[in-house]
Design a binder for this molecule. Sequence first.
Ligand SMILES: [Zn+2]
Length: 278
Amino acid sequence: MDRLFKLLFIVCLATAIPAQALDAHGSKDQSTEVSKFLGDLKSDNSVYMVTHKIEFFAGLAKGQTPKATIVTCSDSRVQANMFDRAPEGDLFTIRNIGNQLATAEGSVEYGVHHLHTPILMFIGHSRCGAIAAVGGNYSKESAAIKKELDTIGIPKDLGNLEGVTANVHNQVSLAMIKFSEEVSDGHLTVIGAVMDFADDVHQGAGKFHVININGEKDPDKLANVSALIAKHKAKPVAPKVEKKADSHDKPAGAEAGHAKPDAHDDHAAPAEHAPAHH
Ligand SMILES: [Zn+2]
């Protein structure tokens, strides 16, 4: 009961904080925005502090052993609470435009090689701006933005959902080349998914679709996870280089981002189809 009163008090206090007046440059909107943002942040954080037990924070303080490394688009409409009710400690999360391996390779390696997550998952989403940009002419963008769009290697003539899907499949292919040793040893499973908040797949708004596991895209075969992992244990996904001594820090295979996925194997061809509509 005490906690409830404390919570109500904090919420009331936060909503009573007045917005800031004009700043020195007369920029009313900016100062109002920032004040509101900081007020909301403080309020939400206070709620977070009182609604989580001290043991929860003590657990986080001990260290991390995340279940998965995830690479998701930076889009604000995609957040981990859509598919994980308590993501703290669960997900080693990397975000960038177009949910790419190539533009965050060091961070992804950290998750796979240092945190040893058994899963690496790429998450695209409906109505992706990065995919839309790649489908059009982005030559007027800044050099920094162009650089991060250039590494999304999908055909220009795809619809948004098809482009999102093809990109996710490409990311899985590139990761399987980069981490071929971990995948064929059965220590890493690479997953591709699409977060469909717009119901573009017509299976319900907000549905999280797993569309690729270790290169398998057939919806009927995705349910049999153990078969997909066993298959790659038996058959390496990319030619192994003779490195053994320093195997864990020097992944065999091509450099992500420069490798052409469709030049490699049957996992690599960009998908022509969006997630199945049924
Ligand atoms: Zn996006």
